[in-house]
Write a protein that binds this ligand. Structure first.
Ligand SMILES: [Zn+2]
Length: 198
């Protein structure tokens, strides 16, 4: 804890040296353009990998970046992001090498998390034909990471919160990205909603 507080003090001092109003300005407004739904994995911090400053992205993270219709935590954050903050882009971000995705389909028992990960097993079963044609286990898990992101984009779009925003004519896009742990790059999965004329 001592080291963490020391690092924080250095970080704050660095920002104040660059801009004396840095924290004053941040404390007065929260107007993020983006809402990020990502994995809890410590290697995928939203601000850092997207190169965004505090105040620029509103964040919700859970194991395997899932949007479950019964998850009051996720839905509360989503509603606040859309209706109060009026974010303009929602980004569901998965990552290759996701432990949650692997645990969902490894056939082992892990405890409570097996219930949380059930939607991923459903996606794997639904897309079994495509997944079985891939060369090896690694390729299958990577593709399942992508399919999971696409499914969560669809789920976000289907929530009454997002449907109502679109009905009101509020500008709001939902994107799906996947992050590569080995190269630090975000890839656009091309599943943005709404599509033109939809
Ligand atoms: Zn993960």
């Amino acid at each position: 804890m001592k080291e963490l507080l020391q690092r924080n003090a250095e970080w704050a001092a660095r920002h104040i040296a660059e801009n004396p109003n840095y924290f004053k300005r941040l404390s007065e407004i929260q107007r993020p353009h983006y809402f990020w739904i990502g994995c809890s994995d410590s290697r995928v911090p939203a601000n850092v990998i997207a190169g965004l400053e505090p105040g620029e992205v509103f964040v919700h993270r859970n194991v395997a970046n899932l949007v479950n219709p019964g998850d009051l935590n996720c839905l509360s954050v989503l509603q606040f992001a859309v209706e109060a903050l009026k974010v303009q882009e929602i980004i569901v971000t998965g990552h290759y090498g996701c432990g949650g995705i692997a645990a969902a389909v490894d056939g082992e028992r892990h405890g409570i998390i097996d219930h949380w990960l059930q939607p991923i097993r459903d996606i794997a079963a639904h897309q079994a034909g495509e997944l079985e044609n891939l060369a090896d286990e690694r390729a299958r898990l990577d593709r399942l990471c992508e399919l999971n992101v696409m499914a969560q984009v669809q789920r976000v779009a289907e929530t009454p919160i997002v449907q109502d925003a679109w009905k009101r004519g509020q500008p709001l896009l939902v994107h799906g990205l996947v992050y590569g742990l080995s190269d630090g790059r975000l890839r656009n999965l091309g599943c943005t909603l709404p599509r033109p004329a939809e």
